[in-house]
Design a protein around this ligand. Structure first.
Ligand code: ZN
Length: 241
């Protein structure tokens, strides 16, 4: 297979943000809008309702809303997830919650998500000998599922879009991102960034300065396709046939 990016582009970058953290509406989206950059937002419902008008405006501005489940299950090793631990889930429960989250997003924002981000990057239900992967469910319902704290850009010829690599860019300086971007350009890859808050300081915080420099860099390097996960994964899917 000979893979080609559209319009002579040499690499792709997506910036994505999880959990509908309030600073995404208050800081992140206004910053992206300044550069006419479209981001992907994997939303959680309690937080989404606190900035509902902002999310409606984000949809109108062309940002992507993605599925991040209804209840954000993660391993029960995280104290916050103990009452909704992957270890206690079944595939049936997971599938119905994936479908419910899409229905809820359609109801409140009028769009149907085509991409997904695994809460905590974890892709299993059950424990021990009964562990099962829920990657096949994500493959069935979405064009793409993004991991978290992965270590590589995605190679478009070979990536299984149901478990695309997602690189954590919380706290990172632009100088730290630059080698990853250069490598994606050299390899013709898709760099799929994953973050949480947007602002100046904090543990799960994409630095405003980093995001601004990333937008500026991509503005100056027309060989990079900076777009949503929906757009990039749809292109890869089509090329993979
Ligand atoms: Zn999350």
């Amino acid at each position: 297979m000979s893979f080609q990016w559209p319009d002579g582009k040499k690499a792709a970058i997506t910036v994505s943000f999880d959990d509908a953290r309030l600073s995404q509406i208050d800081v992140g989206i206004p910053l992206l809008n300044e550069y006419d950059v479209k981001g992907t937002f994997y939303v959680s419902f309690g937080a989404l309702e606190k900035r509902l008008e902002g999310w409606k405006a984000a949809v109108v501005a062309g940002h992507e809303i993605g599925n991040h489940t209804v209840n954000h299950p993660c391993s029960g090793n995280f104290a916050f997830a103990r009452s909704r631990a992957n270890e206690d889930y079944t595939l049936d429960r997971m599938e119905s919650e994936l479908i419910d989250a899409n229905a809820k997003i359609e109801e409140v924002l009028g769009v149907i998500p085509t991409t997904f981000a695994y809460p905590c990057g974890q892709k299993f239900v059950g424990r021990g000998e009964n562990v099962k992967s829920y990657v096949p469910l994500v493959a069935k319902h979405f064009d793409c599922g993004r991991g978290f704290k992965d270590e590589s850009e995605n190679c478009p010829e070979v990536v299984d879009l149901a478990q695309a690599m997602g690189i954590d860019f919380d706290r990172a300086t632009f100088a730290e991102l630059l080698p990853q971007i250069k490598r994606a350009e050299e390899q013709g890859g898709w760099l799929f960034y994953a973050g949480h808050e947007v602002g100046d300081d904090g543990r799960q915080m994409v630095q405003s300065d980093t995001l601004r420099k990333l937008c500026e860099y991509c503005g100056e390097h027309s060989e990079i396709w900076l777009d949503t996960a929906a757009k990039v994964s749809a292109w890869i899917k089509e090329q993979q046939g």
